[in-house]
Design a protein around this ligand. Structure first.
Ligand SMILES: Cc1cc2nc3c(=O)[nH]c(=O)nc-3n(C[C@H](O)[C@H](O)[C@H](O)COP(=O)(O)OP(=O)(O)OC[C@H]3O[C@@H](n4cnc5c(N)ncnc54)[C@H](O)[C@@H]3O)c2cc1C
Ligand SMILES: *[C@@H]1O[C@H](CO)[C@@H](O)[C@H](O)[C@H]1NC(C)=O
Ligand SMILES: *[C@@H]1O[C@H](CO)[C@@H](O)[C@H](O)[C@H]1NC(C)=O
Ligand SMILES: *[C@@H]1O[C@H](CO)[C@@H](O)[C@H](O)[C@H]1NC(C)=O
Length: 422
């Protein structure tokens, strides 16, 4: 009991991938030295949406905290392929980018199945208290405690607040005035049982992307190859979108999707025929980079999409959020265990310092990747489709290496030796 009393009280706002992973990693690194509450606005911990890719950089971290096997068990199997990029019209290979294979590998998962793994681990390990129907309205700070105010007029105090409340973060908006940015592209999404595609699927992997000018069509397997996750991207001006909200639930007809991809190969058109009648329709937004994620003298930090919403074109949004939670946990562990003790602010600043440049590069290159896939970069404008292809190959072949190969522990320790140990 006395240890619980003196432990660092952490309030995690938002129970998505960032919030749940951060809680697990903090518990793993700090044990009973932290006492964690997770406050989720919804009435249950639940994910909507479909597939999400988790790069090997983030799978390594899941493995470190003991969840590697469980995540691999719900993942799709891409047969060693990250993405096989193909011509839109005749399926010919443009370039096939391999994925890292082995016990720890690229995983692509159903979001709901992945969240269930995180949630089950929190419960098994007693890593955090899980609250629902707790929508944060604001944060205040009286110099010794940070207070989280909820919409139901209750409040709660903590030593550290972690804002994991997504792209529309209330916590971010308390410190930074900006809005989500429309990327110029929309996406149609849907799931198809692989059973229905098996007889005619022509490639050695279920992970493929067909590239056309101003459009591309991405497929990858989730749920142990039971399901193909489809995301069909189309460049569109915002004006004709009729106020389509950045909503998780807006839908379009399958006919609308089919007409957009009418000039794509019979394989693509065949997949669309097997999609649900009402695919979801999304506006793809990100946020401009911000240079500060740490506020209130180090007692409030932003994490995940709240800190750095990015476009999905490199499949790195969730992975970067997982990296955030891992690095913050190492910093909090050091804050609690190293002597002489430095301030909490020194360690939350260290978190920001390690994460910011890498995340900003991911935000920036995710935007660029969308332009490469749809042949919109300055070098490709005005070129014929065939003349674009060598440029596309060059741009894609090593694109993901810096994301996947990072040794996050080393990066953290390097920054600590400069920032704290000196
Ligand atoms: C439905 C959905 C589908 C997505 N699909 C993809 C994809 O296919 N590929 C990809 O790369 N990325 C995708 N993204 C983005 C990617 O998943 C995120 O980068 C990653 O999940 C980071 O999530 P997060 O936990 O930071 O935010 P989120 O997943 O948005 O979670 C935020 C959580 O905070 C809660 N919350 C919000 N406001 C408050 C508040 N005021 N008080 C309390 N709780 C609050 C929300 O209910 C939610 O549970 C998707 C995001 C969502 C939400
Ligand atoms: C700050 O707020 C907390 C929680 O309400 C309270 O216990 C504490 O005494 C306050 N401290 C100061 C310096 O006002
Ligand atoms: C919260 O307090 C405000 C102001 O007193 C009141 O108007 C509102 O109805 C309360 N909300 C809830 C959910 O109790
Ligand atoms: C998934 O599909 C790929 C490509 O067809 C295949 O090589 C692999 O064995 C499959 N994996 C599982 C677990 O079914």
């Amino acid at each position: 009991m006395s240890s619980a009393k003196s432990s660092l009280r952490i309030a995690v706002i938002g129970g998505g991938i960032s919030g749940l992973f951060a809680a697990l990693s903090l518990h793993y690194h700090c044990g009973s030295q932290v006492s964690i509450d997770i406050y989720e606005q919804a009435s249950q911990y639940k994910e909507i949406g479909a597939g999400v890719g988790i790069g090997v950089n983030a799978v390594k971290l899941l493995d470190k905290i003991g969840l590697g096997e469980r995540v691999a068990a719900i993942s799709g199997d891409r047969n060693g392929v990250w993405i096989s990029f193909r011509r839109f019209d005749d399926n010919a290979e443009i370039i096939t980018v391999p994925a890292v294979e082995g016990k720890v590998r690229q995983c692509s998962v159903h979001r709901a199945e992945f969240l269930d793994i995180l949630l089950a681990a929190i419960k098994e390990r007693g890593a955090a208290r899980l609250w629902t129907n707790k929508q944060c309205r604001s944060i205040s700070n009286n110099g010794s405690d940070v207070t989280v105010h909820f919409v139901d007029n209750t409040s709660s105090t903590a030593d550290l607040v972690i804002g994991c409340d997504g792209i529309h973060s209330v916590i971010r908006s308390q410190y930074i005035v900006d809005k989500p940015q429309y990327s110029g592209r929309i996406a149609y999404r849907g799931l198809v049982p692989i059973e229905r595609l098996k007889p005619w699927w022509p490639f050695p992997s279920y992970s493929a992307s067909w590239l056309g000018i101003d459009k591309h069509f991405l497929a990858y397997p989730i749920s142990k190859n039971d399901t193909l996750n489809i995301v069909a991207f189309v460049t569109e001006d915002e004006s004709p979108l009729d106020g389509l909200q950045e909503s998780w639930t807006a839908t379009a007809t399958r006919g609308e999707l089919a007409s957009k991809f009418a000039d794509f190969s019979p394989t693509v058109r065949g997949i669309i025929e097997k999609m649900p009648q009402l695919p979801t329709k999304w506006l793809l937004n990100d946020r401009e980079q911000i240079h500060q994620w740490v506020f209130e003298g180090g007692r409030v930090v932003l994490m995940g999409d709240a800190a750095h919403a990015m476009l999905p074109h490199q499949g790195t949004g969730a992975g970067q959020s997982i990296e955030d939670g891992y690095v913050l946990s190492r910093a909090i562990q050091d804050y609690l265990q190293r002597q002489p003790r430095r301030t909490l602010e020194a360690y939350t600043q260290l978190y920001q310092q390690v994460r910011l440049p890498r995340v900003q590069r991911a935000q920036e290159t995710s935007r660029q990747a969308g332009h490469v896939y749809e042949m919109q970069t300055s070098e490709m404008v005005g070129l014929s489709y065939d003349d674009c292809l060598p440029i596309v190959c060059e741009q894609l072949k090593d694109r993901m290496k810096w994301v996947w190969n990072e040794n996050l522990d080393e990066a953290y320790e390097r920054a600590r030796s400069v920032g704290i140990d000196n």
